[in-house]
Design a binder for this molecule. Structure first.
Ligand SMILES: Cc1cc2nc3c(=O)[nH]c(=O)nc-3n(C[C@H](O)[C@H](O)[C@H](O)COP(=O)(O)O)c2cc1C
Length: 182
């Protein structure tokens, strides 16, 4: 099973990217979580560009999404919403439809007690509009994230480790259930 992990943060020391790296270590060997590294290369969306000839990074993103059994997104909150780069990426997918029926796990993490909950809500809503499948349990809000990671981005909070394991587990189960009904 292939899960494409997408971080909403481009920051080198991103706590959200660290959580995705940690998630990749928590799954059984039959599940491969691959971190998407191309968000920085996705150009600003415009419908004309989409119609004429989408760029190579966009085509690659669409292929990766098509080939993924599920997607796991972990995002910070910027100005009470998801970061613009993440929304821009989703705008490119509106016409091509790779999120239709795709199981998607949604995680937000932030330094405050809110844990990026408003970004979590706006991302979840956008994914619902794209008709992604948002499995119950494959959703997590991580408050006070900086206190739960060490300087190298490793999780030092066992409760968070278990929450992350449960979240990814729910996503994996949704993929299994989906393949049984197809
Ligand atoms: C432009 C900008 C806007 C932000 N807006 C919010 C916000 O509305 N709510 C919040 O909780 N944190 C906000 N933050 C703080 C980020 O959520 C925080 O820095 C987070 O840890 C970044 O995630 P990262 O470590 O994955 O890069 C903002 C940060 C930036 C740079």
């Amino acid at each position: 099973m292939n899960i494409l992990a997408i971080s909403g943060s481009l920051r080198i020391g991103s706590t959200n990217t660290s959580l995705l790296r940690a998630a990749a270590e928590l799954v059984p060997p039959t599940v491969i979580i691959t971190l998407y590294e191309g968000l920085d290369d996705i150009p600003p969306f415009s419908p004309e560009r989409d119609r004429d000839n989408s760029s190579e990074p966009v085509n690659k993103l669409r292929t990766l999404l098509r080939e993924a059994d599920a997607v796991l997104i972990c995002t910070p909150e910027y100005i009470h919403g998801m970061p613009g780069m993440l929304k821009n990426m989703l705008d490119w997918i509106a016409s091509s439809g790779e999120f239709v029926d795709k199981p998607v796990g949604v995680i937000s993490a932030g330094p405050s007690d809110m844990g990026g909950s408003r970004a979590h809500a706006s991302l979840s809503y956008t994914l619902e509009v794209l008709t992604a499948q948002l499995p119950e349990g494959a959703s997590l809000i991580v408050p006070f994230v900086r206190q739960k990671l060490d300087a190298d981005g490793h999780i030092i909070d066992p409760v968070l480790t278990q929450q992350l394991r449960d979240t990814v587990g729910a996503l994996v189960e949704a993929v299994h259930n989906r393949s049984q009904t197809l």
